[in-house]
Ligand binder design. Sequence first.
Ligand code: 5AD
Ligand code: SF4
Length: 410
Amino acid sequence: MSDNEKKKNKVFLRTFGCQMNVRDSEVVAGLLKREGYSLVEAEDKADIVIFNTCSVRQHAEDKVWSEIGRIAKSAKKNVHIKGRSTDRLGRSKAGTGPIIGLIGCMAQNYKEHVFQRSPAVDFVVGPSDIDKIPSILERLAGARQKTKSPDLYELKIWETDADKRPEEIYHTGFYEDKEHAYVVISEGCSNFCSYCVVPFVRGPLHNRDNKEILKEIEQAVSKGISKITLLGQNVNAYVHENVNFVELVSKVNKVKGLKEFSFITSHPKDTTVELFKAMAECDKIKKALHLPVQSGSDKVLKEMNRGYTKKFYLDLVDNYRKIVKNGELTTDIIVGFPGEREKEFQETYELVKQVQFDAAYIFKYSPRPNTHAQMLLDDLSKEEKEKRHKAVLDLQKSVSLKKRKANKQL
Ligand code: 5AD
Ligand code: SF4
């Protein structure tokens, strides 16, 4: 990079979605900082704006499209004063406005079609290609330097083809928090729950080498990190060279200097009593389990391709509570899945009442591209979905409150 280009190095990184995205943004920040970029807290101070996006529900995507539209519009306004910068469609001309990148799940979902939907976007990078962002930025900056003519449109770059990430990206040593770090143990998911877009946008399950995971944790701890959260879409399916998740957990527990660790997310079909025993035995594990149930109806669970029944889930909860004394339990629930009639909904409602979760994240079903459920008839009215959502939300609120009060009295 020339000195002139080097000055355009302020990055505003905005993250949508889950903890995996939070960690991915951190990885991108680490890679960029290593190349001399700096992070800024506000988009109007940035030369480069990157959206790390989520596709799990339509609502998350809508928010990103509208935010990009807003930035494009304000960039257009700025340059309006200086002269021509955008055409009638809002496409920015070379060298104007911030460089805008869309990365993560939406990038994989829409690939190069992002440019049609949002012409202000300059680059699109899928979750497995994030290591390429520094070189993409260099190419874009170089192109802007060369392309002074206002009649030339900006260079567009998209990278969405890699199968898996290079291991090195996890070793930049950059963590946002001074005390806590997210550590990815597996990427992608091979479960194909029928409503879920994740296997399509993040690819099949890929487990990181257990030695690399431990090395990352040890290095983080040597820099002052004392708390870790192990991350994966289904941590319980982890296996690498005969080390399964329970064994990994025992190894992490032995890391010197580490004070506490937890893990998300657990899939009931792969969660075992052995894990609960390890949770009870390992002194550093936070006694907390996030175990998404999704529905209390066997019919709906089958349609969701979850691979367990209500009874299996309830037995698992019983075992957890017996083995991990006073363990916290949280869950995810989807209401209004295709074919969920009042009877099936009531089964979910009853399950929530029965289990008494410490907290529950409740979502309205949102049809997603490529998924099996997208082909099922989603004919429940918006009002009814809203009603069911509110009913479980209100129920859970009262349960959470009761539990918090009870804990205080202890
Ligand atoms: N519609 C609504 N909620 C969904 N989730 C995943 N896919 C969808 C969808 N299509 C929810 C599940 C999952 C959580 C992360 O998001 O409950 O556990
Ligand atoms: Fe999606 Fe199911 Fe995989 Fe979770 S386990 S990421 S819900 S497919």
